[in-house]
Design a protein around this ligand. Structure first.
Ligand code: PA5
Length: 443
């Protein structure tokens, strides 16, 4: 078994405040594991790692291999939970300059359907002209507007470029087993498909084909990713002093109850930018309900120390931070010596870049603690599939526990529907006539 990720909460809040909430966290864990609380029909992700068998992984790997052979560019279309997990893992593992074709592990991976930007879609279509491209279209409901628009455009383009029959071989759809427009279309056109289980909500779906297929197409080891999640599932199944999901959930709820309403996820490795975006959806959509919930924010340090650093150090004391610290970078690079030393850096000549980065992290942590920003710290050995699998499952389980402690149903998202209803009314979508009439009066 790989070394596990670790959590340090000693700089967050007095141990007694956390200990006081541990029984609640243990109780919440039991509700998640026993599926006996609100939202219990959306708990398919809890034992998903242990249920993911070799047959499914090999089917995903085979579909990925087929796309890798047919395509130089693959566009993964989806939004929210049908986008962020794959994007997070691929960005964490990819070469920083992969988008420019550097150190390719596979086709160039692009994402669409995560916005309604006309320029974005136009420029993507322009880029894809004459390229051998394929599409992974992901929508659990099969009816979400953003991915539906992107898919309509790119499907038409692909069919024009290679013909309908060849296009169908370069399209994979991931959707509900039976329901939705995408299922109907995929069946009619004969696309390869994978199913998103009813019991796994979008933001908990990265370890299903939703995340696993794009990650495998990008050239990464989904078996190791799932194995990491399986290790974490085993490790977090029982309550006890070593259960870091209980400790994290108890600490953040203790902080929330003491007035700390904002949690900032901090990284010191730019490859984790989209991991933080995934985490924001996971916690924001799970906890922000009934006018309650910790607001999930994120910064990329040291970049943001030069922008948000001032606010975090000296602004309103309603925040705490959770730092993800990666112990070992994948590469080695030292600071060169310079005879003239005009920049005065010779005192650290020969030191690794990561040595400076780690001391920036330590210095910032000490400044924040002294300045009244409670600090939680998660260490992860390296940005590798197995550790990312651990981290994903850890955050998912802790989110379920934390949401129940907060007193909300962590597994629904009623608020996400509100904007959709208004948008459909404004667009005069058939079936929304009454809403259209009402909303136009408000303009
Ligand atoms: O968490 C959620 O359920 C949402 O944010 C969805 O992930 C998002 O709306 C995409 O939905 P779908 O996969 O049905 O297109």
């Amino acid at each position: 078994m790989d070394k596990h990720i670790a959590l340090d909460i000693k700089n967050a809040i007095a141990p007694a405040a956390v200990e006081a909430l541990v029984p609640e966290a243990v109780d919440a864990l039991a509700h998640v594991l026993n599926a006996d609380a609100p939202g219990n029909d959306f708990l398919g992700w809890v034992d998903l790692p242990s249920r993911t068998d070799a047959a499914l992984l090999s089917e995903i790997n085979a579909a990925a291999q087929a796309m890798r052979e047919r395509c130089d560019v693959v566009v993964s279309i989806g939004i929210g939970g049908s986008y962020l997990g794959a994007k997070a893992v691929i960005e964490a593992l990819n070469d920083s300059f992969a988008a420019y074709g550097h150190c390719p592990k596979g086709p160039v991976m692009l994402f669409a359907g995560q916005n309604i930007g006309e320029d974005y879609l136009y420029e993507m279509q322009d880029y894809l002209k004459d390229k051998r491209f394929g599409i992974i279209v992901i929508s659990k409901s099969g009816t979400t507007t953003e991915p539906a628009i992107a898919f309509r455009l790119l499907k038409e383009q692909l069919e024009k470029q290679v013909g309908r029959a060849e296009a169908a071989k370069s399209i994979v759809a991931i959707t509900d087993a039976k329901r939705g427009a995408l299922r109907k279309l995929a069946d009619e056109e004969g696309y390869k498909t994978f199913v998103i289980e009813d019991s796994v909500g979008g933001r908990f779906s990265v370890l299903t084909p939703v995340g696993l297929l794009p990650i495998a197409v990008a050239g990464y080891d989904i078996d190791a990713l799932v194995k990491g999640a399986q290790d974490m599932q085993k490790s977090l199944a029982a309550p006890g002093p070593d259960n870091i999901a209980i400790a994290y959930a108890a600490a953040r709820n203790a902080l929330y109850r003491s007035g700390k309403k904002i949690e900032i996820l901090v990284n010191y490795n730019p490859k984790l930018h989209y991991f933080a975006e995934w985490w924001k959806q996971l916690y924001g959509e799970s906890e922000g309900k009934d006018h309650k919930g910790i607001f999930p924010a994120a910064v990329d340090n040291t970049t943001d120390l030069h922008s948000m650093g001032q606010w975090i150090q000296d602004g309103e004391r309603t925040i705490f931070e959770t730092v993800i610290s990666v112990e070992n970078p994948a590469r080695e690079l030292a600071i060169p010596s310079d005879e003239a030393n005009l920049d005065g850096l010779n005192y650290i000549a020969g030191k690794r870049i990561d040595y400076v980065n780690k001391l920036a992290e330590t210095g910032t942590r000490l400044a924040h603690i002294a300045g009244g920003v409670p600090n939680l710290r998660i260490t992860i050995t390296a940005l590798q599939e197995a550790y990312l699998g651990q981290l994903i499952y850890f955050f998912e389980l802790a989110c379920g526990i934390s949401g129940y402690m907060l007193g909300v149903n962590p597994f629904n998202q009623p608020g996400v529907e509100d904007y959709k209803r208004n948008m459909f009314a404004l667009l005069a979508k058939p079936g929304y006539e009454k809403e259209t009439e009402e909303i136009r009066k408000r303009l």
